[in-house]
Design a protein around this ligand. Sequence first.
Ligand code: 0RA
Length: 653
Amino acid sequence: MSDEIEQITSNNYGADNITVLEGLEAVRMRPAMYIGDINTRGLHHLVYEVVDNSIDEALAGHCSNIFVKIHEDNSVSVEDDGRGIPVDMHKKEGRSALEVVLTVLHAGGKFDKDTYKVSGGLHGVGVSCVNALSSYLLVTVQRDGKKYQQEYSIGVPKYPVKEIGTSDKHGTTVHFKPDATIFTVHEYNYDTLAARMRELSYLNRGISITISDDRNKDENGEPFTEHFLSEGGLSEFVQFLDKTRQPLIPDPIYMEGLRDNVVVEVAFQYNDSYIENIHSYVNNINTIEGGTHVVGFRRALTRVFKGWATKNDLFKNLKVEISGEDFREGITCLVSVKVPEPSFEGQTKTKLGNSEVDAIVAGIVGEKLEYYLEENPKEAKTIVNKVILAATARMAAKKARELVQRKSVLGGAGLPGKLSDCADKDPTVCELFLVEGDSAGGTAKQGRNRAFQAILPLRGKILNVEKAMEHKIYENEEIKNIFTALGVTKGVEGDDKALNISKLRYHKIVIMCDADVDGSHITTLILTFFFRHMKEMIENGYIYIASPPLYLVKKGNKQHYAWNDEERKKFIKELAGDGKEDSVHTQRYKGLGEMNAEQLWETTLNPDTRTFRQITIDNAAEADHVFSMLMGDEVPPRREFIEAHAKYAKIDV
Ligand code: 0RA
């Protein structure tokens, strides 16, 4: 037991409950085992864990409003208007049920056998976990005309549950402050939380979720607030994801059903892009590796469309063979199932394993889709024509891709001429820098440590893969170079087009562009390419962005690099003493090319001094929405987004 807990418990209410404390201590000893990690992800996970409980209460039909608030001190409260966690004495434990729920691991649903907890699975570690990892937690319950509360410190109650007044409302409020000694990151990202709340509102139509941020108040003192409530559920979610894409048919195709206690909901639309875009969920958890529910959907989609097209003679003059993937080109699809006892498999435990779900989803989708096609022959024909085009294009793509890959298996000679490779061959220590422009590429080549750092200069703007047909992608010179330099290949045919990274030559791929508007555009283009065609590289944590400094502040023989305006001002003050902008010498680095090789090494390449930003996907649906918007045709939403987010835009003005 840690000193801290001992100290708190020795003269405190929770002292007798050794087993409880052992449970909470286990969480504190190995937080990552319970919440994934102790970085940004884990910090945000705490909120999802608490919200999940309120969603469960809503799905059981007892709650319709959830309020999430980020407080000024980065504590978070989650309020719902459910029944309120029971407060009566728990006979076996000799304590209030409320206290048991908040302090005993996995106690959450045990009092309520009638409804099965859907959120379980990947999360579902329970609110007691959040309590154990919070320096402070206050729970307030309103039920049966009264108001109750209890406070905790790192999961240990400060006093028994107490009645603090009367109330004619009902519900639960959990207000917690993550323990700063556990987490490496302490600030909540509003966009991350809001994206998840939006996603939850689409996945659970009819539940109203409001999120507000007290750290960001307007001139009237009102916190920034967003309200999510979807009546259309998954159909609206599809429309949100495809906001900047051109739909092929007027409305998304929607189907739902219940079989053997499994709730199935599916919505999909076709658009004029070439991307297969399927997001799947089990009990509100994003199953990024797919699983039996996705397999069932795909099977039904192929079977029913093939059957309908054949029956209507639409495939009669075909010169190519139609494959399953042709039915998914340009599709944006959501598959959401609620399964009582999900089993998760796969590397990141985000792949549904329950074999029975395949047939359940295929059955429901098959039936409803057959009906849809009979009722909507015009839409059905439009989609089948698109499928035929996809099959034709796939043959062309296959040829183009084979050409690229044949080259790469030729070995050394197959490496791109522009690549300055490193000496080491152990991919775990090797780094590849994708550098904007030949000139910066030259500097990087001189400045690098050639033992383990390789440089690949990219000329100008790489292809916008969001808009390009697949074979165009494999014909593109820059993209070919990236493929061959990395040493990765993609399955050429069939449903299994997974990236083969067994021959990957570097475990750090670092995008290095100028710190200006063009540079961030190129960074986004490269990221879009990885996101759409090498997602596994991001999921494995191999993709990084370099952060070259923006300024060099210099006086006499003293100098400092600055990465933002705050730092720049600080250094000017330090060096000049007066803080006056033009009295000291400030060099603004407009491009990487303005640094010499030594400066580039010192600031951006040297592992001891550089900072990289690792690219992760917090929310796949949100990332999809943002990429399609950034790379799509519509200007206004893109401008709005950039104005709200881009830090470079300000500097350039
Ligand atoms: C157990 C039993 C009952 C409600 C809850 C838990 C409950 C938990 C949470 C967590 C956040 N909000 C919540 N709302 C309710 C039902 C007890 C009864 O029959 O009234």
